[in-house]
Design a protein around this ligand. Sequence first.
Ligand code: HPA
Ligand code: ZN
Length: 326
Amino acid sequence: EDELHRIANLPKIELHLHFEGAAPPAFIRGLAKEKKVDISGIFNEDGSYAYRDFWHFLEVYEAATSVLKTPEDFARLCTALLEESARNGVVYCETFLSPDFCGGGDVTAWREYLHAIREAADAAERDMGITLRGIVTPIRHFGPEKAKRAARCAAETAGDWIVGLGMGGDEKQGRQRDFAYSFDMAREAGLRLTSHAGEWQGPSEVREAVEDLGVERIGHGVRAIGDLAVVDMLIEREITLEVCPGSNVFLGVFPSLKEHPIERLRERGVGVTVSTDDPPFFHTTMKDEYLGLAKAHRWDEEVFAMINRTALDAAFCDAATREAVL
Ligand code: HPA
Ligand code: ZN
């Protein structure tokens, strides 16, 4: 009991958090009311987000995000999500942000959103000791052309705060290689690369993200477990997985935490890390993730210390920032 308590309160590194997906339903309802937009259809009677499966989740996600209109709205969300992360012991976090939702891919507009978000993040760092960095997110089901606009926004704002490019969205649309132009543009701008793969598609999708896009981290990647040659490729190339166990179980990718492959991947030697993905949508928090893994896989404090070391080593920020957080 005492050890579980200590585990829940460990300082945590989170590498995979969708910015809009971290918006509590009450926050989105409040904005909808202010702006007189009716999105009541996306909520259950108890106030939680209502959706049937992952693909419906993406629709509900976009409907919820539609009430986030101004840079100020995004700044308010930034403060709210960092308060929640700090409550969960998170000391460093990387978040996926889409220019598609922040000015529609226009670079000038994107800079204004980014400025407002960074101000909120800097204030949270001063007040709560939590560090945030941004990963620009092309949305796969919006297609390669929109991805290029997102990547251009990323390249134009690459630096100490925008640290990477990371594709999200529906993994069943198109191929990883359709987005190679965007990933090349980001790489040339000095950005680090990650892509969602191996959550809904099998091991070959993970291989394609690595070989066709040159990513050094994978969002999820857990279905690599279906082909040990792909698992060994991840080990050999030192690719880190951004694993979101609670999200996977909630969406039915695996039936339970006990059956989740995170422990088998870790034992074999893959660099695994732990994140929440879209916490209010999947009814999870970083504390819940840690407690669930401690119980399901008998992970002790030492294992979590290793997980956080792996996460910090794979973080996209500069070395000075990394050394200051743990
Ligand atoms: N997966 C993929 N794309 C997303 C997600 C997610 O969990 N959240 C927002 N976009
Ligand atoms: Zn994700």
